[in-house]
Design a protein around this ligand. Structure first.
Ligand code: PAF
Length: 283
């Protein structure tokens, strides 16, 4: 596996290939990222991953400085998974001058849920993903890029961006990988203390319970009431929930009418101690 740091080096490595399979990451890789690499690899003629902790998607009070940076271990895992090229730009390589042109996703999709609790987050994500896409895919007829479904809204924002800008890039959404007890794998799990790690599984359990209660309710359930109860139950366990909510998979809006046969997803975000976790379940 070649490790490159600059855009010029990356483009040189990719010269001659026609269909990159790309897995963008912020590093501190876990099995979820590696599964994406394995899934994307057969879909392209060269497999590329990036590791870049993108300052633009962090608010000033968030964990940009403490975000785990484990480049050597990550590189070993990527190589073992069959990645051909690792793009690990320093900030000055990707943003040699301040990024003053930015991608602003449509507010209907990006101002709710994560976008509501992390204002500007999807502008930062869309901008860096667009920039990484232009580094990896410029000059090729097309390619594939893989993202994990744990960041459900992020996948939808990226898909919409690709569609709106007519980028010839297929978006692959990989299933969330979970620990044995059901906790969704996340780089931020490493922030949890041993006691918090034991407690952490209750987020996915709360999502499952909310989904089952909503599905089991007859007629048109009062989702706001069910969601409020689910949040209160988590709060009683010591969590600070931002949201637990049942949404339509198509557009992440609240469902109308009877839930039967509507493709739904239950999404949640909550803080446990100092760590903010997110998860979701399609129901
Ligand atoms: O999901 C992530 O790790 C990041 O948001 C991404 C897509 C690599 C952009 O920085």
């Amino acid at each position: 596996m070649q490790i490159v740091h600059t855009i010029a080096q990356l483009r040189q490595q990719l010269g001659g290939f026609k269909r990159p399979a790309f897995v963008p990451t912020m590093g501190n890789l876990h099995e979820g990222h590696i599964a994406l690499v394995r899934q994307a690899r057969p879909l392209g003629d060269v497999t590329v991953s990036s590791i870049f902790v993108n300052r633009l998607q962090f608010a000033p009070h968030e964990d940009f400085d403490s975000y785990p940076r484990t480049l050597d271990a990550d590189a070993r895992r990527l190589e073992a998974a069959g990645c051909d090229v690792l793009f690990a730009p320093r900030e000055k390589d990707l943003y040699p001058e301040p990024q003053t042109f930015k991608v602003h996703p449509a507010t209907d999709l990006s101002d709710m849920l994560e976008g509501h609790f992390r204002p500007g987050f999807f502008i930062g994500v869309s901008t860096v993903v667009m920039k990484l896409f232009s580094c990896v895919f410029a000059g090729v007829p097309g390619g594939v890029a893989a993202f994990g479904k744990k960041d459900y809204q992020q996948v939808m924002v990226v898909r919409r961006m690709v569609q709106q800008f007519a980028l010839p890039i297929e978006i692959l959404a990989g299933e969330t990988q979970r620990a044995e007890d059901g906790l969704a794998l996340s780089s931020r799990n490493s922030y949890l203390t041993a006691a918090e790690r034991q407690e952490a599984v209750h987020l996915s359990q709360a999502l499952r319970a909310l989904g089952e209660t909503a599905r089991a309710a007859a007629g048109v359930p009062d989702l706001s009431a069910l969601e409020a109860q689910a949040m209160q139950a988590l709060a009683r366990r010591g969590w600070k929930p931002d949201y637990l909510t049942v949404r339509r998979r198509a557009d992440l809006m609240p469902p109308h009418g009877p839930l039967a046969d509507q493709p739904l997803v239950v999404l949640g975000a909550a803080k446990l101690g100092n760590t903010r976790l997110i998860d979701n379940l399609e129901i």
